[in-house]
Design a protein around this ligand. Structure first.
Ligand SMILES: Cc1cc2nc3c(=O)[nH]c(=O)nc-3n(C[C@H](O)[C@H](O)[C@H](O)COP(=O)(O)OP(=O)(O)OC[C@H]3O[C@@H](n4cnc5c(N)ncnc54)[C@H](O)[C@@H]3O)c2cc1C
Length: 403
């Protein structure tokens, strides 16, 4: 089998990269190791309206609308952030990812399911400016090889494609755990967020999805001390059993468990000779929320287009493909870097500092500012506004001086 472009992984990043490669004239194949796209689900499914737009999907009645958030301090005080209109939707990732795969097929891409890449070689023959890649695969257990001018590694947080190509993989990976269950939401259009020691290095969440709920958290391995080193799953069990707010509202009966890694750092390079990496494989995830669908979609579309252009030009060298690296960093690199700094800062806050922070933000003027400028995909905007506001800035300074 020979293709211009082979995309490894049929997650959102892989499907969108394949769609854009095919749309731009390249003979494109997606390879997916599982028998079913979108399974197993390792996601809360909370996607901003702009993430859904970026994925070129139209919301339907299966999408659960979200208009706001309650953020709870460890001392149970909470702030309510809401602008009234729909800011995000909660989706079923199995259906969502399948829609993206169907869209890639409609644009001309082929898909091979139950096919796993087990190795990758650089072809011996010189091919224009760049060398072909040879993928060693098993198709329904049977060994085979597939040739490609360009391989796009969209194989998720544990990307082996990146490692085989000699590219770095993200060095900071949060550990996430989530259950599906029943939860007593005060308002089913609001998500609930719980920063603090219940989820060291990140936060816990309760997300409504029609009549059920996704309760989860992520922790940063190595952040804090003692109990912080326990697994995300141990923290989640404790959250459900003991957290003063969650334990009161959450049914202990669990209908499903999802565990997974969330990369929050980007590697130095995302392009090599005849190869690109995209999505979680390239750490393209918002460090403030753990959301990877929006940044992955932005970058995947760039990757698909650049890979197809490179094939058409007969130059698939690392130098030619590094245009992808330049373009995606230009689009979202700064936002990811600022997000990383916000995450580092949040990680260092103690429970009592978070209590104080929520008390400061529980103010009409500041809540109005957060509502107006808060953007799940571009948190730097609201942070800049808060840093320019006299009231919040003086409170932040006081907090910094008291550390
Ligand atoms: C608990 C949790 C909650 C989350 N919640 C959200 C959320 O609410 N919103 C959000 O935006 N993001 C969320 N995320 C992150 C989001 O799930 C990921 O960022 C997103 O799925 C990444 O998409 P991707 O296409 O890069 O990779 P994936 O979706 O991981 O897809 C990779 C695909 O590659 C396939 N694959 C891997 N290796 C091979 C191989 N060798 N051969 C063939 N196929 C292979 C895999 O089977 C998989 O289908 C969450 C993550 C976790 C862990």
């Amino acid at each position: 089998m020979d293709y211009d472009i082979v995309v490894v992984g049929a997650g959102p990043a892989g499907c969108l990269a394949a769609k854009y490669a095919a749309k731009n004239g390249a003979k494109t194949l997606i390879i997916e190791e599982h028998a079913s796209i979108g399974s197993p689900v390792q996601c809360a499914g909370l996607l901003s309206t702009s993430a859904i737009r970026e994925c070129e999907v139209v919301p339907d009645s299966g999408f659960h609308p979200i208009t706001g958030a309650f953020v709870y301090a460890p001392d149970r005080r909470r702030i309510r952030i809401s602008g009234g209109e729909i800011k995000a939707y909660v989706v079923d990732r199995r259906i969502f990812d399948r829609t993206l795969a169907e869209n890639a097929v409609r644009s001309g891409a082929d898909i091979l399911m139950r096919t796993r890449v087990v190795g990758i070689d650089i072809g011996r023959e010189a091919h224009g400016r760049g060398r072909r890649r040879i993928l060693h695969v098993t198709i329904e257990g049977e060994p085979d090889v597939i040739g490609a001018d360009v391989v796009i590694g969209a194989d998720g947080v544990q990307s082996r494609i990146a490692r085989w190509a000699g590219l770095d993989t993200p060095d900071t990976v949060l550990s996430g755990a989530q259950v599906s269950t029943v939860y007593d939401f005060e308002d089913p259009r609001f998500v609930e967020i719980f920063p603090g020691s219940c989820a060291p290095g990140f936060f816990a969440w309760a997300i409504p999805y029609h009549r059920s709920a996704r309760i989860g958290l992520a922790v940063r391995p190595g952040s804090g001390s003692g109990v912080e080193h326990e697994s995300a799953w141990a923290h989640l069990k404790r959250l459900i059993a003991e957290h003063p707010v969650v334990s009161e509202k959450c049914d202990p009966g669990i209908a499903g468990i999802a565990l997974g890694g969330i990369p929050i750092s980007v590697p130095q390079q995302t392009a090599a000779d005849g190869l690109l990496i995209v999505g979680d494989a390239a750490g393209q995830v918002k460090p403030t929320s753990g959301g990877g669908v929006y940044p992955g979609a932005v970058c995947a579309k760039i990757a698909g287009k650049i890979a197809a252009d490179a094939v058409m030009e007969g130059d698939t060298s690392a130098r030619r493909l590094s245009e992808y690296d330049k373009l995606w960093r230009g689009r979202i690199g700064r936002e990811l870097a600022i997000g990383r700094r916000i995450n580092e800062w949040m990680t260092r806050l103690s429970d009592s500092e978070i209590n104080r922070l929520i008390r400061v933000l529980d103010d009409g003027e500041l809540l109005d500012l957060i509502t107006r400028y808060g953007d799940m995909d571009h948190p730097s905007v609201v942070v800049r506004k808060l840093l320019m506001n006299r009231k919040s800035m003086s409170a932040f300074l006081k907090m910094a001086l008291m550390r």
